[in-house]
Design a protein around this ligand. Sequence first.
Ligand code: NAD
Length: 292
Amino acid sequence: MTIAFIGLGNMGGPMAANLVKAGHDVHGFDLDEAALERAAASGVRAARSAADAAGDADLVITMLPTGRHVLDCYADIAPTTRADTLFADCSTIDVADARAAARSVADAGHRALDAPVSGGVMGATAATLTFMVGAADADFAAAEPVLSAMGRRVVHCGGPGAGQAAKICNNMILGASMIAVSEAFVLGERLGLPHQALFDVASAASGQCWALTVNCPVPGPVPGSPAGNGYRPGFAGALMAKDLGLAANAVRAHGVAAEIGLRAAEIYAAFAEGDGAGQDFSAVINSIRERS
Ligand code: NAD
């Protein structure tokens, strides 16, 4: 397949490289010359512009920072792209922006789906990402084999926007549960409860969750969790703050009484403004300890 890949940064670079490995003809573009050169070294054909990359593509994939970038990029390239091209946005953006982006390409005579990912840079490199897809059935069927070359799981969540909805709902659970686990460890410390004892009980009881048993925020109980490695990400605090901000936008837009989700967004925003942006999101435990 001829594929345009726009946005060749930390995630897009290795994702595009995996499409080349799978035998696709990948035309890439990034505003950053260094990112474009790295992608070219992995077999991506470097284009002079996004429109140049997309001109003859069967599928246009975007992996950009925000909804604004995606909307601007689509406005730029949709008028000159071959009719009925499929656009797949893998960036993490607002549900409302994803739906607006899909409408804008449909108005220009194309088809669109959203396919945000989880799995981080390691998953992008190892082609083990999970894709959460919002698409019409036929568009999902067309994109699924291509997405499978970059990931291990491709889940069809519903129509356009449903992939972004699944992503922010999952990360709202994750952000809130990491804060809850961290608060419990700090309370346990104050009560004289060893970390390992709390872990042994909660991991085998009703407090069990991914934030505890895989990404445990204290060093020791889970060898390999970022806490044992100076809180190197993993999943960076800045990205959790971004995703919870998107969740908070949707919570407010739909009038949901998600008080814990909104508070989690505030806690991670403050964490990322401090020194948490580049640390794993489980380091939020240190900010809870400092404020205790
Ligand atoms: P990044 O900043 O490394 O890459 C984004 C790239 O887009 C940059 O290279 C930038 O130069 C390029 N870009 C910006 N505007 C452009 C334009 N108009 N045309 C062409 N290129 C343009 O970011 P990333 O970590 O790769 O993340 C990309 C998306 O994936 C974000 O939406 C992020 O939230 C999401 N995401 C990231 C991770 C992660 O672990 N990094 C995990 C899941 C989802």
